[in-house]
Design a protein around this ligand. Structure first.
Ligand SMILES: C[C@H](O)[C@H](O)[C@@H](O)C(=O)CO
Ligand SMILES: [Mn+2]
Length: 418
């Protein structure tokens, strides 16, 4: 059976439930995923005075072929993008600036240091998102940045975040699509704090100063990302979920939910509907925590499908900014991007091929038997046949054929890197 024949058969199965499969594929092709650049070089960046990775995050593994320059990173991203159906975005961190061999302090970064990325984004038809980098730096060595008691250090990071928002606006203006500039800080304490309030007051004041600087909202959208704990901040994180949820709602900012930043049995899928009731938009970092915020490559697991269901069943495709955040150095990094991003898109397709209106009706009627029966039956509907056709239609390899391309790329390009 050809991919086309498989599709025609599968399409009929879904159409019996009133699902317009061609419309679904059209909708899916317009959905951008923000692909994080840092999977390509283990969150290293290209600073001249580059510091060790810090901030309570860690990358394990030593797979050969990591990108060492902006050119290599972009080449690897292009390879991954060629294997992922649809038009997407690329998410940068400030440490990916290009400064021509000069040391430029992070609070002095300017749009010109990202001109190479903008040029590349234009050529490849991708939007850009951005993050100030408040880790891997000697001014963050004690794990405190925007909540630091030292006013000089705090000022440095405030200035870095302001500079980053301006870089975000530059991306948005140049590329004609608003940039999501997301602030995440590592600040916290290893052991039980004697004062939880004061650092949070300082963080609030820092954010107020950062956002007091006007930046065109048509080009730059601000987000804040919370966390539960990190390595070295096990007992207390200043920017907790409650902190940022309160801050974002009161100040009209986007809350960014990272799926690795909650208690292990707490799910982001269960938060989306609540957040959307009180906020126009919400942003995600989709990751896969394995026992901790381990940032494993995203797989097509129950939680990923549930996140996708929540976005689709609440008609929120344009209200949830989907970004990815994982970094695995134990496998081929181009494959990591490809697997994780294809899975995110697969989950969205799976959700779009579900008869949500009928399932909602069953719940309202209290018909939980049929609700469960259908939810389970749909898991084995011929979703794979639709996915394969979608890949073919979008001009990327169907099924596992992409892996051969990654293997060839590894042979011809990655293995030649020192
Ligand atoms: C690189 C980091 O993952 C990123 O800045 C942040 O989003 C995070 O999730 C830290 O745990
Ligand atoms: Mn994150």
């Amino acid at each position: 059976m050809t991919i086309r024949e498989g599709y025609e058969f599968a399409k009929q199965e879904y159409e019996k439930w009133g699902i317009g499969v061609d419309d679904v594929l059209e909708q899916l092709s317009r959905l951008p995923i923000s692909i994080h650049c840092w999977q390509g070089d283990d969150v290293g960046g290209f600073e001249v005075n580059r510091g060790e990775l810090s901030g309570g995050i860690d990358v394990t593994g030593n797979y050969p072929g990591k990108a060492r320059t902006p050119e290599e990173l972009r080449q690897d991203l292009e390879k991954a993008l060629s294997l992922i159906p649809g038009k997407h975005r690329v998410n940068l961190h400030a440490i990916y600036a290009e400064t021509n061999g000069e040391v430029v302090e992070r609070n002095e970064l300017e749009p010109k240091h990202f001109a190479g990325w903008v040029e590349w984004a234009k050529q490849n038809g991708v939007g850009l998102d951005f993050n100030p980098t408040l880790f891997s730096h000697d001014k963050a060595a004690d794990g405190l940045t925007l909540a630091h008691p030292d006013e000089e250090i705090r000022k440095f990071w405030i200035e870095h975040c302001i500079a980053s928002r301006k870089i975000g606006a530059y991306f948005g203006q140049e590329l004609g699509t608003p940039c999501l500039t997301n602030i995440w800080i590592p600040d916290g304490y290893k052991d039980t704090p004697s004062d939880r309030l004061t650092p949070r007051q300082r963080l609030k004041d820092s954010l107020d100063q950062i956002f007091a600087v006007p930046v065109d909202e048509n080009h730059n959208v601000d987000a804040v990302e919370s966390k539960l704990f990190g390595i070295g901040s096990e007992s207390y994180v200043v920017g907790s979920h409650e902190f940022y949820m309160g801050y974002a709602l009161k100040n009209n900012k986007l809350c960014l939910l990272d799926t690795g930043h909650y208690h292990p049995t707490e799910t982001v899928s269960n938060k989306i509907s609540s957040m959307l009731l009180f906020s126009d938009q919400v942003a995600l970092h989709v990751s896969r925590p394995v026992r901790w915020d381990s940032d494993h490559v995203v797989t097509l697991d129950d939680e990923l499908r549930e996140i996708a269901h929540e976005i689709v069943r609440n008609d929120a495709l344009d209200r949830v900014m989907i970004g990815l955040d994982f970094f695995d150095a134990s496998i081929n990094r181009v494959a990591a991007w490809t697997i994780g991003t294809r899975n995110m898109i697969k989950a969205m397709l799976y959700a779009l091929l579900t008869p949500h209106a009928y399932l909602k009706q069953l719940q309202e009627e209290g018909n939980f038997t049929e609700r469960l029966a259908l939810q389970e039956e749909f898991k084995t509907y011929p979703f794979g046949a639709i996915w394969n056709y979608y890949c073919e239609k979008m001009g990327v390899p169907a099924k596992e054929a992409w892996l051969e391309e990654v293997k060839a790329y590894e042979r011809e390009v990655l293995s030649k890197r020192g």
